[in-house]
Design a binder for this molecule. Sequence first.
Ligand code: ADP
Length: 449
Amino acid sequence: MKLKNKILLYTSVLFIILLIVINSTIYFLFKNIMVSAEISGAEKEIENIVTGMGSANESVATNELLRAYVPADGKIQILGSDGKNIASSVSPSEQELVKTEIQFYPREIKKEITVEDKHYYFYSVPMIWKKGNLVNLQITKSIQPAYDQSETLRTILLAVTFIATLPVVASSRLMTKLIITPIQTLTKTMKDIMKSNQFKRIPLGNSEKDELYQMGETFNQMMDLLETNFKKQEQFIANASHELKTPLTVIESYAGLLKRRGLDKPEVFHESVDAIRSEAVRMREMTEQLLQLARPEESWNVNFHPVQLNEILERIVKSFCQAYHREIRLISDDNITVTSDEQKLKQLLYIIIENAIKYSEEEIKITLKKEKKTAIISVIDRGIGIPKEELPKIFDRFYRVDKARSRKYGGTGLGLSLAKEIANAISATIDIDSSPGLGTSVSIRLPLG
Ligand code: ADP
């Protein structure tokens, strides 16, 4: 069954059952009260008749006496012990009582009886009549008004139940529509997305910001996120294949040159081998960085330990000076220790220092200082610098400020984006400040402790 029909059925049926239960309770309570009141009224009247007849003058004829005491809506009868009628009187409105069966009761009897679908209260009491005969004085009094009123109430309650059902069904339909329409729109949008392979949004309208609006809004936000990530991935794949194609083309063309003229000309041989080697190194670096970037951060296995920054920086500076034959000056405050992952921190520092070496020619300065609860390592070069408008983009994958020049330096455009991911993993931050032609300062902030 459809959700729409289910909601409609459950709410309507539940409400109707509730209405029936309430109305039935009202009806039965009312009927009980009315009948009890009618019976107690009848009992009082009968009591008066019995007392009145007991004290009546013996000389009055029985028939006269009964006519005087007959209830306005009932019957009075004197019955002999042999079950034969001695005298009786019936009120004009209750003529059906004339034909009722008669029976002698040796004891006092009070009961409700039905004659031709009409309700009566019957009372019989044995008494000694004139001449010392044992007789029954039997009084029957109508209690039908209580039943008539209950019947009227039942008709009214039935009508109310029926009339109330219509607005209940109508409001259930409206409620169902309110809930179902956004769900149907969501399902339709999802189907459209599957069919068209496009990221679509749900039209939200100006409705109140209820749960259904929030559901639509969340869905749209999720679509935004998926679309952004999808575009990024597409861009990444396009860039990666493009970046790998260039070194492969260079290798291919140099290999061709080697084949054609490498054996005859030693200078061509050396140039080709150098170029092939440097492109191969660049490709290796790029694939290593790509693999690391493609790995989810959770599988990075970060191990936090106390790391003595002064020692690490001294060792790094020494090895870079030797490897690149460049001047690197270290200015540091004493004894700064942080809790970090040493290997990841070193990798981060290598990327930043290699960039400083690549994009500058003069001396590089590295400073280490403490500021409140943070250790700051700054790598400052006096190189080509980065234009201000390019600064926000340099952490993007494959982004290089000057592609031609960067290629000359062997850049992949992946270094800083990897640096950023490493920094995130070890709770560090990276800030870059740069002026074209004057140089660049990269600061890494690490929490102390
Ligand atoms: P690459 O491998 O090309 O160096 P990065 O992601 O490390 O890639 O850097 C992105 C770009 O930022 C570089 O191509 C370069 O243009 C610029 N850049 C990074 N560091 C420096 C620096 N110290 N001086 C000048 N430009 C820099």
